[in-house]
Design a binder for this molecule. Sequence first.
Ligand SMILES: Cc1ncc(COP(=O)(O)O)c(C=O)c1O
Length: 412
Amino acid sequence: MLAAMRQPLPATGSSWSDLKARMLGYAAGDVRWRDGKTAVYVFNAGPEVEMVQKDAYALFMSENGLGPAAFPSLKRMEDEVVGFGLDLIHGPPGAAGNITAGGTDSITMAIKAARDYARKARGVLGPLNIVVPRSAHPAFDKACALMEIEVRRTPLVDYLADAAAMAAAADGSTVMIVGSAPNFPYGLMDPIAALSELAVARDLWLHVDACVGGYLAPFVRMNGEAIAPFDFALPGVRSMSADLHKYGYCAKGASTVFFRSAELQAFMGFDFKDWPGGRMVTPTLAGTRPGGAISAAWAVMNFLGVAGYREKQALVTEARGRIAEGVEALGFTVLGQPQLGLLAFTRTDVDCLAVWAKLRERGWFTGVTTEPKSLHLMLSPVHAAVAGEYLADLAWAIEAAKGAAPADARYA
Ligand SMILES: Cc1ncc(COP(=O)(O)O)c(C=O)c1O
């Protein structure tokens, strides 16, 4: 923080109405995501869902999921949400899971479980590694940096995980192999069936990162799209991450991590009593667990139900289809065959990052993919209504970017 900007805590308090106005003033420079002009960071299922999120969050905002004995309400809501999730991803009888604070948390805890399983159940000694496709989310690297585990990133084939390359990279010290459903940079479903075969043949722990697709792909499949098996229906899958705060449309700070069995889940938890504060048992990374994130997830899921999710997800795939068709008409190539809400598209005669920068001038805050340089969208239901406007602005941006200096699309 710049020293000049540092301010002391006000000597006296202010009224809430004054503070609220000031906060809204601070937000004046934020992206206008409610208008549908943002296709990264925010999942916009419309004002009704936002209201349910907010009311349900506020109801349990002060309660703490760390204390299930004190707040059986939160424990019950968490168990019900985990059950909804397991039902959608073919969790077998005995499968188990928890709500975490987000995708990075779910992935970290799945790796922690796989590491402890390797050490304690398989007796693996010495340095450990995980094998992930090049497109896997950096959360895997962050978690492995914390746990001093090597990450082996393997090359892609057609933007997808290559099971043969992953097989070659795995060895006796591999605690996990990973597939994404879908991966973030391209929005494509990795060949999870092939990874599952590898996992079964070599007794490897396969984690499916369905942070993006976990609450989207099942409904897209129900809507008629041929989504290949990617979940616990495949015997090699031992754990999965699926984010409630993405295509589950729940309040931020909520994801789920799932395990094929409670025995595997037990390797995730932490149980400690060697201090003067009494025994402390935590299932996930957090100590204090915000009750609001749990209650909002429970409320949004029950508010939408299967019918509501199918309707929202149909809008997402409609937006993706219209935009894919529109960008191809404008001379772009869509990378692979996206089936869900993410897509990346490229062309070589213009700097796609410069196009991205021009679109920002028209209020669009979207993503980029860098290999190859592409525009990237993570679409919400609201985008079905603005697809035409986006395509018109994109046509303008292509012309405006011609001759522009190459841009560095650093937005995160
Ligand atoms: C495929 C994938 N996995 C994991 C994550 C990490 O999720 P979070 O940002 O909730 O930690 C993301 C975030 O976009 C993602 O796209």
